[in-house]
Design a protein around this ligand. Structure first.
Ligand SMILES: [Zn+2]
Length: 595
């Protein structure tokens, strides 16, 4: 566990060791070729100069910023050694991710270890016979007690003909790469091996597109992503008024063992891992837009609790719904504003998010932001994405409404980018709401925040949507209903809940019962409900036998077929919206305000 900076070091490090040893000229080396690939590992070297024999503590990070979970990369270290002038040095561990080395004298200390690259995860290291993904947080130890502002150099040794791609600057002197500080060093993942890469200029900066396996992501699908990137990136840059990178790398891995897709953001790159089915889809463009927006929102403009990053323990913030959820709102906006999707798709994506949130237990966005570190098991672990995105949508409408569409949520981000990031600071909850309120012409958001962000009340969809030219329509239908919710548990359908007063409640069905047969319908999978409705639609008022398994015993209960009123609500464009609401809607979809 490392100590980054600040007063904690005085409390936690014994007095004699608090005097930081002089450690300079820090160099790292990564070795990956077909021999290390066969062991699914890479070799890591670190060299630095010391002025005496004071012990040196080297820590390996516990997490990667953006992947808000403790992974303890030190688990993957093996064959650790420390030497000086070719002679072994004494070392031990001072905690589970810190190695304490005792130099014998002034000079150069050299350490080596192997790192297991066996995990297909954006924040981890993963090797194939001809390829390696590795994150700096996995493999670059930092000396404790000297802060994280130290410069360093990196060399990569690999097979001839294999490529290296990283966002790190080239080191003109040493032939490798260099980083001005540790934060930049570990924010530039590496692709090493055989992979495809091409580049193009977008908004006056070079953009690189790298993909593994070589030869796999090509033709129309690759061309489609390039077209999408060229459309999306300028729309996102327009929100902040600048393109902040010298060059940007979209680094993609396609692997059929990976279910779905996910990606991890960095200041000038992101790594996306996808099932090959994602090639050529709008979903690939959507995740890509999300990660690139993070280059501004969270990598640069960041909640104060995460400034500076520390790598040894969680950095909890109540604002992850802004960093993740509103990034997702802007990903949707970038897609519709650039024409990658049309306004019908934008509405459908928004409505899907609203449905998913509605189906989950009520959770406050601030609480969900804090809980990300422990991954709650009630289904709400990722709710701050969808719900935070919807909060951004509502705030955008309210700011535009309060200012006759002269201001927008875009302005909130531009303001904070200048007042926090450009001043070298993070933003607090108070800074966030002050910027929202200022954008909305001084309107207070204290009540909104209390009820919907810190609180758990359902969002005020009806009134707010109307202000933005959207309508929240309720459809009332009649349908036959049993009145149970069920979960699939391997091949069984088990009752999770019973609606009070329903036919199921009346018939004596209880949570925990396994459904075997409903009348003539054999319950094998979740299709049973649809089969039940179509088979018994004309049998209202009759009674059927229901077989259940309760505590290992089969029983038969009687269930009445009832028709019940079902209310389904959905968001839609209001064709009858007044002129102001229509201007607000147009502004949201086009990224404009009125002057
Ligand atoms: Zn994200």
């Amino acid at each position: 566990m490392g100590i980054a900076v600040g007063s904690l070091s005085a409390q936690r490090v014994p007095a004699p060791a608090a005097v930081a040893p002089a450690i300079t000229n820090i160099r790292y080396e990564l070795v990956f070729d077909s021999a290390t690939a066969r062991r699914r590992s890479l070799g890591v070297g670190m060299r630095f100069d010391v002025t005496g024999s004071a012990p040196v503590s080297l820590s390996v990070p516990a997490w990667t910023p953006g992947a808000y979970e403790i992974s303890n990369y030190a688990r993957k270290v093996s064959a650790f050694s420390a030497t000086a002038n070719g002679r072994p040095l004494t070392w031990d561990k001072s905690d589970y991710d810190t190695w304490r080395i005792r130099p014998s004298a002034a000079g150069t200390v050299e350490i080596h270890f192997d790192f297991l690259a066996d995990t297909l995860d954006n924040a981890m290291a993963w090797s194939k016979p001809d390829f390696l993904l590795v994150n700096g947080t996995n493999v670059f130890p930092y000396p404790e007690g000297i802060g994280l502002e130290f410069p360093s150099r990196v060399t990569v040794t690999t097979a001839s003909g294999w490529r290296v791609l990283t966002g790190l600057d080239r080191d003109s002197a040493g032939g490798g790469y260099r980083a001005g500080n540790y934060h930049d060093l570990v924010d530039m993942p590496f692709f090493i091996g055989r992979f495809d890469v091409d580049s193009a200029r977008i908004d006056s900066a070079w953009h690189r597109l790298a993909s593994y396996p070589a030869g796999r992501f090509k033709g129309p699908a690759r061309e489609a992503l390039w077209r999408q990137l060229k459309a999306i990136v300028p729309e996102e840059a327009r929100v902040f008024g600048e393109t902040p990178w010298k060059n940007y790398s979209t680094m993609l891995i396609f692997d059929s063992s990976y279910g779905g897709g996910s990606a991890l953001e960095h200041q000038s790159s992101h790594v996306g891992i996808y099932n090959p089915e994602f090639m050529g889809t709008a979903l690939l463009a959507s995740i890509t837009a999300h990660e690139i927006f993070h280059a501004w929102n969270v990598k640069r403009l960041r909640p104060a609790e995460m400034v500076p990053y520390r790598y040894d323990e969680p950095e909890e913030t109540t604002l992850l719904w802004v960093s993740e959820g509103i990034t997702d709102y802007y990903s949707d906006l970038a897609l519709v504003r650039s024409g990658v999707v049309d306004s019908t798709v934008f509405l459908a994506i928004t409505e899907e998010k609203r449905q998913r949130v509605t189906d989950l237990p009520p959770v406050a966005l601030e609480d969900a932001s804090l809980s990300t570190w422990i991954k709650p098991t009630d289904g709400t672990a990722d709710i701050y994405y969808d719900k935070g995105s919807l909060a951004g949508f509502l705030l955008d409408i309210m700011i535009r409404d309060a200012t006759d569409n002269r201001q927008s949520l875009d302005g909130v981000f531009r303001t904070l980018y200048r007042s926090a990031y450009k001043q070298g600071k993070g933003f607090s909850v108070a800074d966030w709401w002050a910027a929202v309120s200022a954008a909305a012409g001084g309107r207070s958001f204290t009540e909104f925040s209390g009820r919907y962000i810190d609180g758990r009340e359902p969002f005020p969809w009806g009134p707010v949507a109307a202000l933005g030219g959207f309508r929240y329509r309720a459809d009332t239908t009649q349908s036959i209903r049993i009145g149970v919710s069920t979960i699939s548990d391997s091949s069984r359908i088990v009752v999770a809940g019973v609606t009070a007063g329903s036919a199921a409640a009346q018939g004596g069905i209880e949570p925990g019962d396994q459904l075997l047969k409903l009348g003539e319908i054999v319950v094998k999978d979740q299709d049973f409900a649809e089969q039940f409705r179509s088979r018994y639609a004309q049998a209202i008022g009759s009674t059927i036998p229901v077989s259940i398994l309760r505590a290992g015993t089969e029983r038969t209960l009687q269930l009445e077929i009832r028709r019940e009123t079902v209310v389904e609500v959905r968001l839609e464009y209001d064709r009858q919206a007044g002129p102001k609401a229509a201007r607000i809607r147009h502004g949201i979809l086009k990224g404009t305000t009125d002057k």
